[in-house]
Design a protein around this ligand. Sequence first.
Ligand SMILES: [Zn+2]
Length: 268
Amino acid sequence: MKFLRFFGRILIVALVVCLIGLVYLRKTQPETGQTSVQPNENVAPSPVLQSPGLEYEPESSPEPTEEPEPTGPPLPDIDLNDWKYKLVNKDYPLGRSFVPDVAELEGGKYFDRRAIEYLKEFIAAAREQGLEVYLSEGYRTYAAQEYIFNGKASQIHWGGGTYEEAVEKAKEIVAFPGTSEHQLGLAADIMDKRYTYKDPDVIGETETLKWMREHCTEYGFILRYPKDKEHITDFSYEPWHFRYVGKEAATYIMETGICFEEFLALYD
Ligand SMILES: [Zn+2]
């Protein structure tokens, strides 16, 4: 009897140990491959985990969907030879003799006579909003651009190096004569009166410039040198520089988020 009771106890202990073992295995086993991999939205799942054998299903990536048909405004039916669409950049400079017909806007600043009313309305509308708009630049002559450029080159040259090197460095900061849109008479630098220093990241975030960006197309203007198009325009981001291109082109350019160069290329 004693032996049987002893054997019985051993059996019960063995059963309990087996049960505990089973419970433990249940807890750890079935979730392997799911809990060990936490799908992270920022990290692409590694190719190994995507192999069908592991049945890995990233929770964060949605079902692949069909590329939606690009829907946007229709390309305006315009004549690119019109004065409004004249391209000026480092590849298409203006000659010394290019002088547009300009009229005075305010504070000794001039603008192309054919578009000056639109700029006046644009600035007046911003002022009606209580914004402190300051027109810092309008039309600039070739000679004025040359003066500014040579001044910058000389300043750099004084700091050391050859004059040729200074000219190359100056080109990165100031438009080379002929390549500035201001000579065209259709570009205006619009600033907030309280910020006179042209720091793009500061100026671009002022209420004035935010409003100008949102409403420029209503008056036929575009932001000519956007932040994400520097590699195309070859000009650094200038939140204050607005160019007149007419309402049609302006609306298309600003709504699709392209730059002027990209817009013109659509007609090739
Ligand atoms: Zn400008």
